[in-house]
Design a protein around this ligand. Structure first.
Ligand code: XIL
Length: 336
């Protein structure tokens, strides 16, 4: 059998990563990680809620296990993430009096969190998703109307990058988001990134989550997005790649009674073609792309299996439920 994995085929292009939990670091999944990947992301363990469940109390065990596994095996680590509207701890937006905190207090909490976390992994984590998903999905709106935004306005974004940069000046700092290839959202993300660059905020790149499907993005949407963001002098990482076999916009109510969840030969072929298309483009843009990371290891388990919008078994990755390479895998390493 071939000893080479994705990381070897893509050695002269960009690093190849995968998102994991502690449970994935043993047995056949650990072997697959070591063979195929040279970058790791914690799927949940480094988010603010899991990491700082009570103010000033940090739960490091899981994050440390992932970092130690990576260091031991010569794998680099992406940090995900420092500031997001989801998976926040319960205490974060409330003061001791039970009332909503002021902007000053919230920014101080953000600073304490970022400084503590980034310092702990200084020199080990080469890139951080500093702010995640701050742009609204509604084209009529700009910023997402999150607690962060309600209390701090846009300042929390600038501050988050400054705190992270101060804690580890060598870490590459990313703004991360999804649906980044859709023209209306792309232009609003571009506007945010441009304003950060114009203000001299230490942002190195943009993370395109890449929770994609057989329908999108199209080749032109993807290449346009890469060119648009990189025109700002930013690097690009595809931080959460998967290729859903169901369209994203349809929720589970659209599933007809009796409709099967089978991963048919036709779907396998379509998925392989979509993967072939996006990786061919990735290779063409290797000068601006510095990492590609898959969100979960194999079709044995994907977050999409439980995600409410989908709510059905999905087959979005390069390895099947037995961890064997799928048709899509062979396309990804077929450099014709
Ligand atoms: C997801 C995890 O995969 C799930 O296990 C968890 O229940 C919810 O979060 N965008 C992101 C990731 O930036 O952090 C999300 O991860 C998936 C969507």
């Amino acid at each position: 059998t071939d000893k080479r994995g994705l990381k070897d085929f893509y050695q002269s292009y960009f690093s190849m990563g995968v998102a994991v939990g502690v449970k994935n670091l043993v047995g056949d999944e650990a072997e697959l990680i070591k063979k195929q990947f040279n970058s790791l992301t914690a799927e949940n363990a480094m988010k603010m809620g899991p990491l700082q469940p009570r103010e000033g109390f940090f739960y490091w065990k899981d994050a440390d296990s992932i970092v130690n596994f990576a260091v031991k095996n010569g794998i680099r680590i992406r940090g995900h993430n420092l500031c997001w509207h989801e998976q926040t701890p319960n205490w974060l937006f409330k003061g001791k009096d039970g009332k909503e905190v002021t902007k000053d207090v919230l920014l101080q909490r953000l600073k304490d969190h970022i400084t503590t976390v980034v310092s702990r992994y200084k020199g080990k984590i080469y890139a951080w998703d500093v702010v995640n998903e701050a742009i609204d999905d509604d084209p009529a709106k700009f910023m997402r109307d999150s607690k962060w935004y309600q209390i701090c306005g846009e300042d929390f974004i600038v501050k988050a990058f400054e705190y992270a940069h101060a804690a580890d000046p060598n870490a590459k700092l990313y703004y991360n988001d999804y649906n980044t290839e859709r023209p209306e959202k792309r232009e609003r993300i571009y506007k945010l990134l441009k304003s950060l660059k114009d203000k001299g905020v230490p942002v190195d790149g943009v993370g395109l989550q890449a929770h994609w499907s057989l329908q999108e993005p199209t080749e032109i949407e993807l290449s346009t997005a890469i060119e648009r963001y990189s025109s700002l002098g930013l690097k690009i990482q595809f931080t959460e790649v998967d290729m859903s076999i169901y369209p994203w916009e349809k929720n589970k109510r659209d599933r007809k009674p009796g409709e099967s969840d089978e991963f048919t030969a036709e779907l396998q072929q379509k998925q392989a073609e979509q993967y072939a298309m996006v990786f061919k483009l990735f290779r063409e843009y290797k000068d601006v792309i510095t990492n590609v990371t898959f969100w979960n290891i194999s079709d044995r388990h994907s977050w999409l299996d439980e995600y409410p919008v989908m709510g059905r078994k999905n087959y979005p990755l390069l390895f099947d439920t037995h961890l064997q390479p799928k048709k899509a895998y062979w396309e990804v390493i077929n450099f014709k």
